[in-house]
Design a protein around this ligand. Structure first.
Ligand code: FE2
Length: 441
């Protein structure tokens, strides 16, 4: 009996192995694992003043915004903080909001700005006067500075893998070019996503922009971004914008602009006017690097979502080119791709490097089909889940690496040194081309 049982067990293992191999897709020398399922978190909406879904974001010079949710509507929007565990030398009072969406009512969403904070320093804090204590590190004010970059996260087993890998890297700020929770109208998924990312997002600033999965409009009933705007308040007021859907901020010597692919971007739009004004304010002596993020790629040779970014590109690419943008990060296409410096559809030494990093791990799976042959501007492309790391070493050199989620190890699969446009002879803001475009429009 035991022999029979052992034989059956071996056969079962063999069968499982064959099915696993059959379920993978071969890409070069890499056996790609199959998609992973959406996590199902227990969600307990009972009344509690316990802080949940804690995340932090940059909020102007030397300040951070702490955001959290309580089920208890009477919980105060205060954050106590200091540089030693359990000793809070400062306290900040914030504001709160909540929203309803059809039958769903959110918890109390607290937004409290803390600071001024010292650079590159660990702070301990607690929200609403309640345990537990959280810990964060502020970004440096000078080079080097490192960004983790991953878009289209969702909340699957692959999302968890991506987040675990990001957690292993030393970084200062997380950049997310759209598609966060994949809530898609199911509001409790915003709550479970908040819980999933809390360990990382409560310890390093998460700077996000919106994707199509944040848009939850129901004509005449619901505003498209009520959930996103209520939960992921970004420093738009601090950067002179009137919309949470586009804004900018500085980290060390990098000026970062977050644009909205799903809010008007034509030359008569508020976003376009704000972008022009923001670009004119950039001082490349203070912030030698200029980086832009938005959701729908302009340069991507995957067959998925072809042409969706064309209108925005027609409208805004001349502005970005005239200002000398160094790097553009996008998502949407669930695969990784890096270009040469490009402008107007072809390689251009004064254009931006475009990097699509929509491979965070969402439930829709990967986009495998590519245009053949690759365009001349495409340097590296691969349909695998993963994340990127951008280390700005100094004012002229940055090291970019993309890390594929291979099994449960992050494997560096693409890497390149990028030199900034400063000192390249190209326009880097305020040049004649920039002035001409601004005068013409
Ligand atoms: Fe998307």
């Amino acid at each position: 009996m035991s022999n029979w049982y052992s034989t059956m067990k071996i056969l079962l293992h063999l069968l499982t192995a064959i099915l696993l191999i059959a379920g993978t897709v071969f890409a070069g020398d890499y056996l790609r694992p199959p998609p992973r399922k959406t996590f199902h978190f227990p969600w307990d909406p009972k009344s509690s003043s316990q802080p949940q879904q804690v995340h932090i974001s940059l909020a102007g010079d030397k300040h951070l915004r702490v955001t959290w949710v309580t089920s208890d509507g009477s919980s105060p929007s205060i954050v106590e903080y200091g540089t030693s565990p359990g000793k809070y030398s400062a306290i900040a009072q914030g504001e709160s909001t909540k929203y309803s969406y059809l039958l769903y009512s959110s918890g109390k969403i607290h937004h409290t700005v803390i600071g001024p904070l010292q650079e590159n320093t660990t702070y301990f804090y607690r929200c609403g006067g309640e345990s537990p204590e959280f810990q964060l590190k502020t970004p440096p004010s000078m080079f080097p500075v490192t960004f983790a970059v991953a878009g289209d996260l969702g909340q699957t087993g692959w999302t968890k893998s991506t987040l675990d890998h990001i957690d292993q890297c030393k970084y200062d700020v997380h950049l997310l070019p759209g598609d966060l929770a994949y809530a898609d109208y199911l509001q409790h998924r915003w709550d479970t996503f908040g819980q999933l990312v809390q360990p990382l997002a409560s310890s390093r600033p998460w700077m996000v922009t919106q994707g199509n999965h944040e848009k939850e409009s129901i004509p005449f009933l619901e505003d498209g971004f009520v959930s996103y705007n209520s939960r992921w308040k970004m420093p738009f007021e601090e950067s002179g914008s009137t919309s949470n859907l586009y804004y900018s901020f500085d980290v060390a010597g990098v000026h970062i602009i977050m644009l909205g692919s799903y809010t008007p971007y034509d030359e008569y739009s508020d976003q376009y006017s704000w972008l022009k004004a923001d670009l004119l304010k950039v001082d490349r002596k203070r912030t030698p690097w200029l980086v832009v993020l938005f959701h729908v790629p302009w340069y991507n040779s995957n067959r998925a979502h072809q042409g969706e970014g064309d209108d925005m590109m027609t409208s805004m690419e001349p502005l970005l080119y005239a200002a000398g943008v160094d790097i553009v990060f996008t998502g949407h296409v669930h695969a990784y791709e890096r270009t040469r410096r490009v402008y107007n559809g072809k390689s251009d030494p004064c254009g931006a490097v475009h990097i699509t990093i929509g491979d965070g791990g969402n439930r829709e799976g990967l986009a495998h089909r590519y245009k053949q042959p690759p365009p001349e501007w495409s340097v590296f492309r691969e349909a695998s889940f993963g994340h990127g790391e951008l280390k700005m070493v100094n004012s002229t050199h940055a090291f970019w690496s993309w890390h594929r989620n291979e099994d449960d190890e992050p494997v560096q699969s693409d890497q390149v040194w990028i030199t900034s446009l400063i000192g390249s002879g190209c326009n880097t803001g305020g040049g004649h081309e920039m002035i001409r475009i601004l005068m013409d429009s």
